[in-house]
Design a protein around this ligand. Structure first.
Ligand SMILES: [Zn+2]
Length: 190
């Protein structure tokens, strides 16, 4: 597929004709986009239909248009510990040159007096999304065996704590020999 034709349906495609080959000129603009396609594949992602705001600055340089952006949107998904639904604010700063040259040295190019911000913004947003999002910094997560949500004040320690139902068994194991263990361990389970 040719990437040369600006797509009028692409809200990320911005006309910069007023700046092309006019080094020294610059323009600020606010951009509001209804995200047309989900950004991210992890536990949180910016969903289709989310509002994305960007404070844009376009600067004309000799070899292209320098695009700076402060992007602001929200991702939704699940807490990686307790699986509760969460929203995660996303704020990323971007700066990239859109070159006039189609030289491979430049990742982004000006096409037909347009810059397509979609790959630039998408990559920056996706990279900023947390791999292990949490509803709160101290979310205690779910109980490792029962799957129930743990109370925050319980201060559960996953490394050393033992299910109270098993603690009696631990003492039992320490004080008995191997022949008796199978019977007692099975009896404690429900
Ligand atoms: Zn949580």
């Amino acid at each position: 597929m040719s990437h040369a034709k600006p797509n009028p349906a692409n809200p990320f495609s911005i006309l910069v004709r007023d700046l092309v080959h006019r080094p020294g000129e610059s323009r600020d603009a606010e951009l509001t986009i209804i995200v047309p396609e989900k950004m991210g594949e992890g536990m949180v992602a910016v969903p289709e239909g989310a509002t994305l705001n960007a404070d844009m600055r376009y600067e004309s340089l000799h070899d292209g248009i320098l695009v700076s952006a402060e992007v602001d949107t929200v991702a939704v998904g699940e807490c990686s510990r307790c699986l509760k639904s969460i929203t995660v604010p996303v704020e990323v700063d971007i700066q990239e040159l859109f070159a006039y040259s189609s030289d491979e040295a430049f990742e982004y190019e000006v096409h037909d007096d347009h810059v397509d911000l979609e790959p630039l913004i998408r990559d920056a947003v996706v990279l900023s999304l947390p791999f292990q999002p949490v509803c709160e910094e101290d979310c205690p997560g779910l109980h490792p065996t029962t799957g129930e949500e743990l109370a925050k004040n319980l201060d559960y320690d996953f490394e050393t704590s033992t299910d109270p139902r098993w603690s009696a068994l631990n003492g039992f194991e320490a004080s008995t020999d191997n022949r008796d263990r199978g019977i007692s361990a099975g009896a404690d389970e429900n």
